[in-house]
Design a protein around this ligand. Structure first.
Ligand code: TRP
Length: 333
């Protein structure tokens, strides 16, 4: 870490398989930001348990997400990579921040309402408290910048509100974080419903490309992707959402502009086009998966990364928590 650099914080839950949308919208961007910021990237396992998890799978997915971060180019020498539950200050600050958060505002959160509908048999307090834990994550590290998807905007806004509220009651304590909403390539849509965002929890998994999909699966899914009426391969999201989505994916995965992508396919049919997009994606995923598998075979190395990440994270987090405890009047020894 370098002095004078701003602090950047983000996290991903180690739950469902990530899609190429998560890769393009999040992890790939982190790689380009890691030289310019003091970066903390967490594996949010405490958020994950707000929905019931299989314990063995949760453990396994924690390591596999870490291996994925590193395989994608997130460098543990430059960034702090750690597991949320390894740093107890997250839960501790969350408790304090709960007393600065109103029940009404949590009940109004869009994601809480969505998840309550989807998990009606388990609307637990943790699900409702999810945004406050996220605020604690961010505020503990005095993060200036938080790159997230647009679906997290409301959570980021509430983090800012909570920080400002606390700062106003006492004296400035928390940095008020700015959201960094990724634009370029951030919008990858479902292959079967190109009007909807590609999601890790879509009803039909054939509409999503997971980072863990093997080459045959990737090609098969792209072959089945919906295209549009007509036969022209041109970028026109309004009238040709399917073709346009495939063109964006191709452009992101080959590094070509959309205009160059269109040129590659002038005079070609949809069949060739879909195959080419599938191959472009598989060409990136196959080496990524090989690297991830190689890293996963070296558990000692991964544990070392997590141990040193947790130590560094804990140092920063403890400093913030101690300030907070002092301000609110907790007697400290
Ligand atoms: N809620 C985020 C998501 O599901 C993950 C997350 C947890 C996060 N804590 C965070 C993201 C702090 C940014 C900052 O995508």
């Amino acid at each position: 870490m370098k002095d004078g650099q701003k602090t950047l914080y983000s996290a991903v839950q180690p739950t469902n398989n990530l899609t190429i949308g998560n890769y393009i919208g999040a992890i790939k961007n982190w790689v380009s930001l890691q030289d310019d910021y003091n970066c903390y990237f967490a594996i949010a396992n405490m958020h994950a348990i707000t929905v019931r998890q299989n314990p063995a799978e949760l453990r396994q997915k924690t390591l596999s997400l870490l291996a994925l971060y590193i395989a994608c180019g997130v460098d543990p020498e430059k960034c702090v990579l750690y597991v949320q539950s390894h740093v107890p200050e997250h839960a501790e600050l969350c408790w304090v921040l709960n007393t600065f958060t109103y029940v009404g505002e949590m009940e109004r959160m869009t994601q809480f309402k969505d998840k309550s509908a989807r998990h009606a048999d388990n609307i637990n307090m943790g699900l409702m408290d999810y945004p406050v834990l996220m605020a604690a994550d961010i505020l503990l590290y005095q993060a200036d910048i938080v790159p997230v998807g647009l679906d997290q905007r409301q959570h980021l806004e509430i983090s800012r509100d909570i920080a400002q509220r606390f700062n106003n009651v006492y004296t400035p304590t928390f940095t008020v974080p700015e959201g960094l909403y990724m634009k370029v390539g951030a919008k990858i849509n479902d292959l079967l419903n190109p009007d909807k965002k590609m999601s890790k929890s879509a009803e039909n998994p054939n509409g999503s490309i997971f980072l863990s999909d093997d080459k045959d699966t990737v090609i098969r899914k792209f072959k089945r992707a919906v295209t549009d009426s007509g036969s022209e391969i041109k970028y026109d999201p309004e009238n040709k959402p399917g073709v346009s989505n495939l063109l964006s994916i191709y452009s992101v995965f080959t590094g070509k502009t959309v205009a160059e992508a269109e040129k590659d396919f002038t005079g070609k049919g949809y069949g060739d086009f879909k195959l080419a997009v599938g191959e472009a994606v598989a060409d990136k995923l196959v080496p990524l998966q090989a690297e991830q598998a190689k890293l996963l075979a070296d558990k000692e190395y991964l544990n070392g990364v997590l141990l040193s990440g947790a130590e560094t994270a804990h140092k920063t987090a403890a400093r913030t928590l101690s300030k907070v405890y002092k301000k609110i009047g907790f007697y400290q020894i």
